[in-house]
Design a protein around this ligand. Structure first.
Ligand code: IPE
Ligand code: IPE
Ligand code: MG
Length: 258
Protein backbone atom coordinates (compact mmCIF):
# COMPACT_ATOMS: atom_id res chain seq x y z
CA UNK A 1 0.00 0.00 0.00
CA UNK A 2 1.42 3.42 -0.93
CA UNK A 3 1.67 6.04 1.79
CA UNK A 4 1.31 9.73 0.93
CA UNK A 5 4.47 11.78 1.42
CA UNK A 6 4.70 13.50 4.76
CA UNK A 7 3.43 10.66 6.89
CA UNK A 8 6.00 8.94 9.04
CA UNK A 9 7.29 5.48 8.31
CA UNK A 10 5.75 2.96 10.69
CA UNK A 11 8.43 2.31 13.28
CA UNK A 12 8.90 -1.18 14.60
CA UNK A 13 10.11 0.06 17.96
CA UNK A 14 6.86 1.94 18.57
CA UNK A 15 5.21 0.02 21.40
CA UNK A 16 2.32 -2.01 20.09
CA UNK A 17 3.80 -2.36 16.59
CA UNK A 18 5.11 -5.90 16.56
CA UNK A 19 7.50 -6.94 13.86
CA UNK A 20 5.81 -9.61 11.73
CA UNK A 21 7.21 -13.12 11.98
CA UNK A 22 9.58 -14.38 9.30
CA UNK A 23 11.71 -12.63 6.75
CA UNK A 24 10.86 -9.19 5.40
CA UNK A 25 10.36 -9.27 1.64
CA UNK A 26 12.95 -6.66 0.70
CA UNK A 27 16.40 -7.56 2.03
CA UNK A 28 19.17 -4.96 1.75
CA UNK A 29 22.13 -6.07 -0.29
CA UNK A 30 24.64 -4.25 1.91
CA UNK A 31 24.26 -3.64 5.65
CA UNK A 32 26.82 -1.61 7.60
CA UNK A 33 26.92 -1.49 11.40
CA UNK A 34 28.41 1.01 13.83
CA UNK A 35 28.91 -1.39 16.71
CA UNK A 36 28.66 1.05 19.59
CA UNK A 37 27.98 0.86 23.33
CA UNK A 38 30.44 -1.80 24.53
CA UNK A 39 31.78 0.53 27.21
CA UNK A 40 28.35 1.45 28.55
CA UNK A 41 27.26 -2.21 28.46
CA UNK A 42 30.21 -3.02 30.75
CA UNK A 43 29.77 0.00 33.01
CA UNK A 44 26.11 -0.90 33.53
CA UNK A 45 27.34 -4.26 34.90
CA UNK A 46 30.16 -2.80 37.00
CA UNK A 47 32.68 -4.41 34.68
CA UNK A 48 35.79 -2.86 33.09
CA UNK A 49 35.30 -1.45 29.59
CA UNK A 50 37.43 -4.21 28.09
CA UNK A 51 34.87 -6.77 29.29
CA UNK A 52 32.38 -4.88 27.09
CA UNK A 53 34.73 -5.12 24.12
CA UNK A 54 35.12 -8.84 24.73
CA UNK A 55 31.33 -9.31 24.88
CA UNK A 56 30.96 -7.18 21.74
CA UNK A 57 33.47 -9.35 19.91
CA UNK A 58 31.65 -12.51 20.98
CA UNK A 59 28.53 -11.04 19.42
CA UNK A 60 30.14 -10.91 15.98
CA UNK A 61 29.66 -14.61 15.34
CA UNK A 62 25.88 -14.59 15.75
CA UNK A 63 25.38 -11.41 13.71
CA UNK A 64 27.59 -12.60 10.84
CA UNK A 65 25.72 -15.92 10.88
CA UNK A 66 22.33 -14.17 10.95
CA UNK A 67 23.30 -11.88 8.05
CA UNK A 68 24.27 -14.91 5.97
CA UNK A 69 20.94 -16.58 6.85
CA UNK A 70 18.94 -13.47 5.92
CA UNK A 71 20.63 -13.41 2.51
CA UNK A 72 22.59 -10.19 3.01
CA UNK A 73 25.50 -10.15 0.54
CA UNK A 74 27.75 -7.46 2.05
CA UNK A 75 28.25 -6.67 5.71
CA UNK A 76 30.53 -3.85 6.84
CA UNK A 77 31.43 -3.66 10.52
CA UNK A 78 33.00 -0.59 12.14
CA UNK A 79 35.49 -2.11 14.56
CA UNK A 80 38.05 0.64 15.19
CA UNK A 81 38.13 4.22 13.96
CA UNK A 82 41.10 6.45 13.21
CA UNK A 83 39.89 8.54 16.18
CA UNK A 84 39.81 5.53 18.55
CA UNK A 85 43.62 5.76 18.88
CA UNK A 86 42.85 8.71 21.16
CA UNK A 87 41.52 6.37 23.87
CA UNK A 88 43.66 5.37 26.87
CA UNK A 89 46.62 3.19 25.85
CA UNK A 90 45.36 0.26 27.93
CA UNK A 91 41.99 0.23 26.15
CA UNK A 92 43.58 0.52 22.70
CA UNK A 93 46.03 -2.31 23.37
CA UNK A 94 43.29 -4.44 24.91
CA UNK A 95 41.04 -3.90 21.91
CA UNK A 96 43.81 -4.79 19.46
CA UNK A 97 44.57 -8.01 21.28
CA UNK A 98 40.86 -8.96 21.45
CA UNK A 99 40.61 -8.44 17.68
CA UNK A 100 43.78 -10.48 17.12
CA UNK A 101 42.40 -13.36 19.27
CA UNK A 102 39.11 -13.24 17.44
CA UNK A 103 40.77 -13.48 14.05
CA UNK A 104 42.82 -16.47 15.20
CA UNK A 105 39.79 -18.26 16.66
CA UNK A 106 37.10 -17.55 14.08
CA UNK A 107 38.91 -17.49 10.76
CA UNK A 108 38.51 -21.16 9.85
CA UNK A 109 34.82 -21.15 10.76
CA UNK A 110 34.23 -18.02 8.66
CA UNK A 111 36.07 -19.64 5.77
CA UNK A 112 34.00 -22.83 6.10
CA UNK A 113 30.84 -20.74 6.03
CA UNK A 114 31.77 -19.08 2.74
CA UNK A 115 32.61 -15.66 4.17
CA UNK A 116 35.02 -13.48 2.22
CA UNK A 117 36.97 -11.20 4.53
CA UNK A 118 38.11 -7.76 3.45
CA UNK A 119 39.68 -4.92 5.34
CA UNK A 120 38.85 -1.26 4.89
CA UNK A 121 41.10 1.36 6.46
CA UNK A 122 44.85 1.65 6.87
CA UNK A 123 47.00 -1.28 7.82
CA UNK A 124 49.88 1.08 8.69
CA UNK A 125 49.99 1.73 12.41
CA UNK A 126 49.00 -1.85 13.27
CA UNK A 127 51.62 -4.32 14.53
CA UNK A 128 53.43 -6.27 11.77
CA UNK A 129 52.07 -9.50 13.29
CA UNK A 130 48.43 -8.39 13.04
CA UNK A 131 49.04 -6.97 9.56
CA UNK A 132 50.31 -10.36 8.46
CA UNK A 133 47.31 -12.15 10.03
CA UNK A 134 44.90 -9.80 8.26
CA UNK A 135 46.62 -10.31 4.90
CA UNK A 136 46.58 -14.09 5.36
CA UNK A 137 42.86 -14.04 6.26
CA UNK A 138 42.05 -11.95 3.17
CA UNK A 139 44.05 -14.29 0.98
CA UNK A 140 42.55 -17.47 2.46
CA UNK A 141 38.95 -16.32 1.94
CA UNK A 142 39.30 -14.37 -1.33
CA UNK A 143 37.30 -16.86 -3.43
CA UNK A 144 34.34 -17.15 -1.01
CA UNK A 145 31.09 -15.62 -2.16
CA UNK A 146 28.27 -16.28 0.30
CA UNK A 147 28.87 -13.10 2.32
CA UNK A 148 31.50 -10.40 1.91
CA UNK A 149 32.54 -9.09 5.30
CA UNK A 150 34.35 -5.74 5.29
CA UNK A 151 36.01 -5.03 8.59
CA UNK A 152 36.53 -1.29 9.06
CA UNK A 153 39.61 -1.21 11.21
CA UNK A 154 41.83 1.82 11.64
CA UNK A 155 39.20 3.32 9.35
CA UNK A 156 38.07 6.93 8.98
CA UNK A 157 35.86 8.25 6.19
CA UNK A 158 37.85 11.49 5.81
CA UNK A 159 41.10 9.56 5.84
CA UNK A 160 39.71 7.31 3.12
CA UNK A 161 38.90 10.27 0.85
CA UNK A 162 42.30 11.91 1.48
CA UNK A 163 44.00 8.59 0.70
CA UNK A 164 42.00 8.28 -2.54
CA UNK A 165 42.92 11.81 -3.66
CA UNK A 166 46.60 11.22 -2.85
CA UNK A 167 46.62 8.08 -4.98
CA UNK A 168 44.89 9.79 -7.89
CA UNK A 169 47.45 12.62 -7.83
CA UNK A 170 50.36 10.18 -7.47
CA UNK A 171 49.11 8.28 -10.53
CA UNK A 172 48.81 11.51 -12.52
CA UNK A 173 45.04 11.31 -13.03
CA UNK A 174 44.06 14.49 -14.98
CA UNK A 175 41.59 16.80 -13.21
CA UNK A 176 38.96 16.48 -15.95
CA UNK A 177 38.94 12.67 -15.55
CA UNK A 178 37.85 12.93 -11.90
CA UNK A 179 34.18 12.23 -11.35
CA UNK A 180 32.13 10.46 -8.67
CA UNK A 181 32.57 7.08 -10.29
CA UNK A 182 36.33 7.38 -10.54
CA UNK A 183 36.71 8.65 -6.97
CA UNK A 184 34.63 5.69 -5.74
CA UNK A 185 37.09 3.38 -7.43
CA UNK A 186 39.93 4.81 -5.33
CA UNK A 187 38.13 4.29 -2.03
CA UNK A 188 38.79 1.27 0.21
CA UNK A 189 35.30 0.06 -0.72
CA UNK A 190 36.01 -0.01 -4.48
CA UNK A 191 33.75 -2.55 -6.15
CA UNK A 192 31.34 -2.80 -3.18
CA UNK A 193 27.83 -1.34 -3.59
CA UNK A 194 27.00 1.54 -1.22
CA UNK A 195 25.36 0.43 2.03
CA UNK A 196 21.57 0.24 1.74
CA UNK A 197 21.10 0.19 5.49
CA UNK A 198 23.32 1.51 8.28
CA UNK A 199 22.60 0.36 11.81
CA UNK A 200 23.96 2.17 14.85
CA UNK A 201 23.59 0.61 18.27
CA UNK A 202 23.53 2.42 21.63
CA UNK A 203 21.32 5.29 20.51
CA UNK A 204 23.90 7.81 19.29
CA UNK A 205 22.63 9.98 16.43
CA UNK A 206 25.84 10.56 14.51
CA UNK A 207 27.99 9.13 11.71
CA UNK A 208 31.35 9.26 13.59
CA UNK A 209 33.40 9.35 10.38
CA UNK A 210 31.93 6.07 9.04
CA UNK A 211 31.48 5.64 5.26
CA UNK A 212 30.81 9.36 4.87
CA UNK A 213 30.98 9.15 1.06
CA UNK A 214 29.15 5.84 0.66
CA UNK A 215 26.31 6.73 3.08
CA UNK A 216 24.93 9.46 0.78
CA UNK A 217 21.59 7.65 0.33
CA UNK A 218 21.71 4.91 2.98
CA UNK A 219 18.73 4.27 5.21
CA UNK A 220 19.42 4.48 8.96
CA UNK A 221 18.28 2.32 11.83
CA UNK A 222 19.25 3.54 15.28
CA UNK A 223 18.54 1.38 18.29
CA UNK A 224 19.17 2.10 21.97
CA UNK A 225 20.37 -1.50 22.43
CA UNK A 226 24.09 -1.76 23.25
CA UNK A 227 26.14 -3.74 20.75
CA UNK A 228 26.78 -6.85 22.93
CA UNK A 229 22.98 -7.25 23.29
CA UNK A 230 22.16 -6.69 19.61
CA UNK A 231 21.04 -10.12 18.42
CA UNK A 232 19.23 -11.79 15.54
CA UNK A 233 15.80 -10.44 16.62
CA UNK A 234 17.10 -6.86 16.69
CA UNK A 235 18.61 -7.42 13.25
CA UNK A 236 15.31 -8.76 11.97
CA UNK A 237 13.58 -5.67 13.34
CA UNK A 238 16.05 -3.43 11.49
CA UNK A 239 15.47 -5.38 8.27
CA UNK A 240 11.73 -5.19 8.70
CA UNK A 241 11.90 -1.41 9.12
CA UNK A 242 14.11 -1.16 6.06
CA UNK A 243 11.54 -3.08 4.05
CA UNK A 244 8.94 -0.40 4.95
CA UNK A 245 10.99 2.56 3.74
CA UNK A 246 10.46 4.44 0.46
CA UNK A 247 13.89 5.11 -0.98
CA UNK A 248 13.59 8.07 -3.30
CA UNK A 249 17.21 9.07 -4.04
CA UNK A 250 16.10 12.67 -4.47
CA UNK A 251 13.36 11.83 -6.96
CA UNK A 252 9.60 11.98 -6.62
CA UNK A 253 7.85 8.88 -5.26
CA UNK A 254 6.12 7.07 -8.19
CA UNK A 255 2.68 7.35 -6.51
CA UNK A 256 2.85 11.17 -6.38
CA UNK A 257 4.40 11.86 -9.78
CA UNK A 258 2.17 12.56 -12.74
C1 IPE B 1 32.20 0.58 20.55
O1 IPE B 1 31.94 0.70 21.90
C2 IPE B 1 33.50 -0.11 20.26
C3 IPE B 1 34.57 0.80 19.75
C4 IPE B 1 34.44 2.06 19.50
C5 IPE B 1 35.86 0.20 19.51
P1 IPE B 1 32.45 1.93 22.75
O2 IPE B 1 33.76 1.56 23.38
O3 IPE B 1 32.47 3.17 21.96
O4 IPE B 1 31.34 1.99 23.87
P2 IPE B 1 30.73 3.30 24.53
O5 IPE B 1 30.23 4.17 23.43
O6 IPE B 1 31.84 3.95 25.30
O7 IPE B 1 29.64 2.79 25.41
C1 IPE C 1 32.30 4.76 16.49
O1 IPE C 1 32.03 4.73 17.83
C2 IPE C 1 33.47 3.86 16.17
C3 IPE C 1 33.22 2.42 16.28
C4 IPE C 1 32.10 1.86 16.61
C5 IPE C 1 34.36 1.59 15.98
P1 IPE C 1 32.69 5.77 18.84
O2 IPE C 1 32.20 5.41 20.20
O3 IPE C 1 34.16 5.84 18.64
O4 IPE C 1 32.06 7.14 18.35
P2 IPE C 1 31.78 8.49 19.15
O5 IPE C 1 33.08 8.90 19.81
O6 IPE C 1 30.74 8.20 20.16
O7 IPE C 1 31.30 9.46 18.11
MG1 MG D 1 31.12 4.62 21.65
Amino acid sequence: MERPLGTTTPRAETPGTPVPEGLPGKIPQHVAIIMDGNGRWATARNLPRLAGHRAGTENLRRIIQACAEFGIRYLTLYAFSTENWGRPEEEVQGLLSIIEDMLGRELNELHRNGVQLRHIGRLEGISPFLQRKVREAIDLTKDNSRLTLNVAFNYGGRDEIVHAVQRMIAEGVPAEAVDEKLLSRYLYTAGTPDPDLIIRTSGELRISNFLIWQAAYSEWFITPVYWPDFGKEELRQALWEFSQRDRRFGRVAPSTGS
